[in-house]
Design a protein around this ligand. Structure first.
Ligand SMILES: Nc1nc2c(ncn2[C@@H]2O[C@H](COP(=O)(O)OP(=O)(O)OP(=O)(O)O)[C@@H](O)[C@H]2O)c(=O)[nH]1
Length: 716
């Protein structure tokens, strides 16, 4: 088995345009995977391989690449101590509409390079990425990119990471020169300067003495660095007080490593990927400070048969367990499932159990990924990331394991779609093709939901934002050759009950032969607060309080299913219902006429009848909006946000501009970008991200419901 100490599974994540793809491209060049650097704005970057990514210069789908890096080296050359490190790198999108790509990558990565723009510093998506990394406890290194741009300020970004992200950011470097004249960095551990050569695309560099005018500053920052990490190592602390000069470089590296892995500090580095500076030192830092698969906590899961906790170690001798974190349809090899192998080993051609479907599936091939190209391998071992071909049925978040050792690993958090569009096939020939295309896209993308409006027959797609749905429709057209008419974007409202009511529903049908009979007494209303805290991602709480055989056990499943399936179409305006609790406590059955179907149908009609009494309300998505504007437009921008029912949450200044934060209902945000552009002569910018669902004010709710009813012709 490969020595896992020398493996790094890490991601690159940041706000849009911070330079993730540009940085990944340099990494591929320096690790020898490509021989020519492809620039993002020329549509030539390796990891931006989708048509839409090339055209728009943005990353939409996270791409995985594997490569090797020799470390440590002396002036870039291997010596007796040099080891070959294997990297699995995931380049993630920055746009908030594709945030699930970041989420699922974070779930399976061991470490992260968080990228910042040296000019813009901490931006809204940097905060989101930080939260996601916190959620999965991912240790990270900060890389402040774009040091060549005018206004670049490394130490200011370090300060922002401390103040705005609440992390102990510790500089390991200082920039030499700035903006146009940015040449390299001072390494505060080695106390040397590094200057990269432009003519070799940064492949080679010189080690120099620290420029005379930086010596004092470098000493000050080095002392701060040593002090910051000494806390994490008693011996180092002693030396720090007794004789700081006796502290060796290795001791500092070791202390930084410990503190990074236990999330106490974030080492900060800088460079300019575009100008080929600083990327190699960041890769060295990945080897030095980010965890290997054996440095992270053991993987925990549940044995579904016994309910007991299962611990899996990153060892080939353990039973196989893996998590599928991304499904992609490739035009040549078909359906590819990306997975992280946590324990054991999987051979190509063998079988795995999918714990969700309960089916055993044969893995015909296993691949190492290189963006959209694959290299077949014979097997994959614990601690590695790969892709498998051969699944008949698989979804993002599925656990794959050895059937003799069942385990379900913790799934990932999937954000809720907030925007919807109706789509309609343009011609009869497109009808079937559209169904197939949507099924494939939904399989790939857990934030894309689809339902058919039973009244209008329209297909409704729900997603994370306008851009997300625009890309989906574009993919239908290009990859699946389906032409569709699409409606205007609509808000994805939801419904919730606010009061708990009791109800008795009886279903009785006699239509010659065997009839149907079911009788359910239940309570319906909002979920319990305690339960919600324990199950933050679930919408349906079902309590079985039946006793004495009033309803036989085998009908409880169908009752639950009946209620759960009804939730897709609420009683108010046919929007999905969330946060619903049903407690079934009594009922009766008929020895001949009752069956599962009767109870399911009875639960469905019970839901509609009782739901009307449970005071349903309409919930609307509220967005977190951040606007950056020059001073003179402040008044106009805030006035406009107020008119959009916005709640201002704070103002701040950043790099000579004002930052306005507000919560605004999504329904008021259509066309905002255009409006903002015109009221600020194109100088203000905004970002928007989903925050939460909240009850819509009465007048708004009435309007939405009336409109929806008119459209659906719902009869009361
Ligand atoms: N001046 C300068 N420009 C850079 C640097 N790094 C990236 N860029 C440019 O910034 C733009 C965005 O770079 P990308 O690498 O696409 O950024 P990204 O973070 O991958 O963007 P998304 O994936 O769309 O979020 C491109 O035009 C790059 O050429 C840098 O170090 N200096």
């Amino acid at each position: 088995m490969a020595d896992l100490k020398f493996r790094r599974n890490f991601g690159i994540a940041a706000h849009i345009d911070a330079g993730k793809t540009t940085t990944t491209e340099r990494i591929l060049r320096y690790t020898g995977m490509i021989h020519r650097i492809g620039e993002v704005h020329e549509g030539a970057a390796t990891t931006d391989w989708m048509e839409q990514e090339k055209e728009r210069g943005i990353t939409i789908t996270s791409a995985a690449v594997s490569c090797k890096w020799n470390f440590p080296t002396v002036k870039g050359k291997a010596d007796a101590n040099t080891k070959e490190y294997s990297f699995n790198i995931i380049d993630t999108p920055g746009h908030v509409d594709f945030t699930v790509e970041v989420e699922r990558s974070m779930r399976v990565l061991d470490g992260l390079i968080a990228l910042f723009s040296a000019v813009d510093g901490v931006e809204p998506q940097s905060e989101t990425v930080w939260r996601q990394a916190n959620r999965y406890g991912v240790p990270r290194i900060g890389f402040v990119n774009k040091m060549d741009r005018s206004g670049a300020d490394f130490l200011n970004v370090v300060k922002q990471v401390r103040e705005m992200l609440g992390s102990k950011a510790v500089p390991l470097q200082l920039p030499i020169g700035a903006e146009d004249n940015f040449q390299g960095v001072v390494d505060l551990i080695k106390m040397k300067g590094i200057i990269w050569h432009m003519e070799t695309e940064g492949m080679t560099f010189d080690e120099i003495d620290i420029p005379a005018d930086m010596v004092e500053e470098a000493q000050m920052w080095r002392a701060q660095l040593v002090e910051a990490v000494a806390e994490y190592d008693d011996q180092l602390m002693e030396k720090f007080f007794d004789n700081p000069d006796s502290i060796s470089e290795d001791e500092i590296h070791e202390a930084i490593r410990k503190a990074t892995i236990d999330l106490s500090i974030v080492p900060m580095m800088c460079g300019s990927s575009f100008k080929n500076k600083g990327v190699q030192t960041a890769l060295d830092a990945v080897c030095r400070y980010l965890p290997s698969p054996v440095d992270i906590p053991d993987t925990l899961g549940i044995n579904p048969d016994t309910g007991e906790e299962v611990v899996r170690k990153p060892d080939v001798k353990e039973p196989f367990a893996a998590l599928a974190f991304k499904i992609m349809t490739d035009p040549f090899v078909g359906r590819l499932a990306f997975f992280r192998c946590y324990s054991g080993k999987l051979d190509a051609g063998s079988y795995v159990r999918n714990m969700r479907s309960g089916k055993n599936e044969r893995i015909s091939r296993i691949m190492k990924m290189f963006a959209n190209k694959q290299n077949p391998i014979d097997f994959i071992e614990a601690g590695d990331i790969g892709a498998a071909v051969g699944f008949k049925e698989i979804k993002t978040g599925d656990t794959l394991c050895d059937e003799k050792f069942p385990v379900v690993l913790e799934n990932m958090f999937i954000p809720e779609p907030v925007i919807a569009i109706a789509v309609e096939p343009k011609t009869q020939a497109d009808v079937d093709k559209m169904g197939m295309a949507i099924a494939k896209l939904v399989e790939e993308d857990p934030t894309l939901r689809v339902n058919t409006d039973e009244e209008t027959g329209q297909t409704i797609l729900r997603g994370m934002g306008e851009l997300h749905l625009e890309i989906i429709v574009d993919r239908m057209r290009r990859e699946f050759k389906v032409e569709v008419n699409q409606g205007a974007p609509m808000v994805a409202y939801k419904e919730a009950f606010t009061q708990t009511v009791q109800h008795r529903e009886v279903l009785k049908k006699q239509s010659g032969g065997r009839g149907k009979f079911a009788d359910i007494q239940f309570e319906i209303g909002p979920v319990d607060e305690e339960w919600q805290k324990e199950n933050p991602d679930k919408y349906f709480q079902f309590v079985n309080d039946l006793f004495g055989g009033s309803i036989p056990k085998e009908f409880v499943g169908p009752i639950q299913k009946g209620f759960e399936n009804s939730m897709g179409t609420g009683v108010l305006a046919a929007y999905p219902v969330v946060n619903m609790k049903v407690r079934v406590f009594d009922g009766s059955f008929h020895a001949v006429d009752s069956d599962g179907m009767s109870f399911e149908l009875c639960a469905r009609s019970g839901f509609r009848e009782a739901g009307r009494k449970a005071k349903p309300v309409l919930l609307e998505p509220i967005m977190k909006v951040e606007v950056i504007t020059p001073d003179q437009y402040m008044g106009d921008v805030t006035g406009d946000l107020n008119r959009r029912r916005g709640m201002l949450e704070g103002m701040d200044s950043r790099n000579n501009a004002q930052v306005i934060k507000a919560k605004v209902p999504l329904s008021e945000m259509f066309g905002y970008v255009t409006q903002l552009r015109s009221l600020s002569s194109g100088r203000a910018t905004s970002t928007m991200e989903f925050s939460h669902y909240a009850p819509a004010p009465n007048n708004i709710a009435e309007e939405v419901i009336a409109k929806q009813k008119g459209k659906l012709k719902v009869e009361d």
